[in-house]
Write a protein that binds this ligand. Sequence first.
Ligand code: ADP
Ligand code: ZN
Ligand code: ZN
Length: 818
Amino acid sequence: MDRKIEAERRRIAAVYVDVSAHGTDRAFDYLIPEALLSEVKVGSRVQVPFGPRKLMGYVAGFPTITNAKRLKSIHHVLDLTPPLTPELVGLAEWSAQTWLCPVISVLHGMVPAVLKGRYQRIISLPIGEQGGISELADEGEQKLLTCLQERKEVTEEYALALPGVTRSLLRTLVEEGRLQSDIRVGDQITRKTRTWVLPGVGDASLQEAMEELPPQASRQKEVLAFMQARPEGIPLPELLTHLGVSRSAVNRLIEKGLLLREEREEYRDPYAHRSFKQTTPLPLTEEQQRAFDAIKTPMVEKRNHSILLHGVTGSGKTEIYLQAITETLNMGRQAIVLVPEISLTPQMVERFKGRFGDRVAVLHSGLSKGERFDEWRRIRSGGVEVAIGARSAIFAPFVNIGLIIMDEEHESSYKQEETPRYHAREVAKKRCQIHDAVLVMGTATPSVETYYRARTGEYEWITLSERVHGRPFPRMDIVDMREELRSGNRSIFSKSLRSALNECVDRGGQAVLFLNRRGHSTFILCRECGKTVDCPHCDISLTYHRTNGTLRCHYCGHNERVPESCPVCGSSHIRYFGTGTQRVEEELTRLLPGMRTIRMDVDTVSRKGAHERLLQAFGEGKADVLLGTQMIAKGLDFPRVTLVGVIAADSMLHLPDYRAAERTFQLLTQVGGRAGRHEAPGRVVVQTYTPEHYSIRMAAQYEGEPFYRQECLLRKQHGYPPFCEVFQIRMSHPDLASLMQLAHRVVGDLRPLLPEKANLLGPVPAPIPRIKDRYRVQIMIKITGHIDGKSRWIEALRKIRTEYEDINLRVGVDREGF
Ligand code: ADP
Ligand code: ZN
Ligand code: ZN
């Protein structure tokens, strides 16, 4: 292209602006001022005028338009290096298209939280105004104006902290035109710096200066001699402690110009205080070698390829990941490792740090915002080559990806359950296509979709059927809880689980007791009228919390005291039902006194670092039993665990979710993998009210293949993914009649636009029909075959939020199964 046209072209930037309002989900054009031409790049964060406001936005490209006269200009560029790469901007557009959400919502998810715009009000003197202070001004006004003469501008926060300055004073001064007030995009970046000292003159002059120092200045001499050997400098605190000299000795040398002081930016390394034992590659087993070769071949050929690494727990998948990553790095490319948040345990981090040391950045929710930002910057600047993290790490800003590993591929946490509702697996596939990279999905229990795609040849399917140490899988016993009831045992614990626990602990082993998620579980039931105590704002029963004797709603946080009599019939025959973790713990203590228990659930791990601490205590043998929700189901590896108990295997089967059987199967299989990983043989006891259900029966027999066949058959019959795609429209509104009216309008408008093979169901009440005083309904569209993202019905779906404008309506669209 002609250079002149190219230059002209670049004078306009398309910008996604940080607003979410009607008709704003598109890029807006802005002029790039001359002075910013070299700075504005695709992926830059900029401040732009938008209506009366000044907002943050991301540059998406440089369109050619003919009439640029009426365009406004970009104000500033916020970062020296654009936080996003052109690839990521394109990926955001693709994701927004795929999951029917605003592009800006995806862009926001790609950058660390500290870069998300924070709008600050800036107070300054009007141009040309000297800020003359009248004699009559009160204290606040004087303080403020004096301050502004010195500093030119301050944030409103800062101004309000000055003695005597109030909001009304600021308003008055602005109205009188004596002050100017402006909104500016700031961010919450804090960069950490450290003072370094380095030689201020050349080696010869340093030597000379040393000789000229008087004998009593021996400390200074010592410092100079030390610095002579360190032309690259040393952090000041280290110098002081190393030589045991005083700060003033160093300061004197700085004053003389012999040393220089420098503030250097430093990355916070969340793992700085930890040392990791360096590990080396293990010689691979035959099975591992085959898997490794299958990954390496397409990687060397720089060919986009997807692999399902289907290996039983303990088959050595992680070692394969490590060696495959080494290959990638040797090729000068980078790797992303995705793990579910709950598996990002110290043990996992240790394995990657141990192999790759400083070349790894770790991104997880336990880090402070500043630490996360620094880890992210190390990725962006090319300071590291491996990024390991939960879901959002898929957006790691690498520019030359060779390998993406997705461990525990089937985990539901890879799907984000709020806007943007992306699935990390699909984003990973897309990035691998862009980079001609290899995607490895590792799991012992693939999702049904992935299994089906591997079956049909869309993915390469590699199985690892042996455990590295050849240990057999633990026996899984199913206990029919209906039988227990019939024989008069009303406890949460069956006779077999009780005796297994006793036996395990007697022999010096440890046990893990697994209970499905909190909530739904401990509720209060009136024995006279059968009513449960429900939340007044949500259609769901309240959960009983023993520690403070309250009933709490897990959806809206509503809290009330336990009633002494039934709120419906007045009967005093009230009893607690269900099995919350707290109740299991109590019953355990009652049945087996002396058993030491660690309970892990949302209540006990909410404090920062609590998760790690509890696990460590268990690992050190400070308890006999680890009791918890699904956060303990996977990833852990404790040598002394010989028993795993599942309290209620079918609690998930009754959820209105087409994945219920799949989840139950996966969970039991994963739980089985926790026992007997080491010398001691393991045992699993599964309690259930539906022992005949195929997911439970087949998991107990380790019948993976039959289970997947059966599940695929059922999904095909009933029309669920992977045999179709499911679009779910969720609508909520405080008024039930208005909601139903709107929902029927949506259905009426959508139906004629749908392709023939589509199946629209609803509106029907959502599984929880009311939350926080808002009624909820859902509409489902099942559809087979290729979906054209530009078709009219997709466009209509995308616009529901704005087309059916009702101030109280909230709409979410979800897409699954492609
Ligand atoms: P997975 O990730 O499939 O559950 P791991 O990678 O955790 O399996 O491996 C299980 C155990 O086997 C680990 O303790 C690991 O160090 C060990 N291991 C893996 N590969 C080998 C090998 N080739 N030789 C010896 N030990 C191995
Ligand atoms: Zn509630
Ligand atoms: Zn009652």
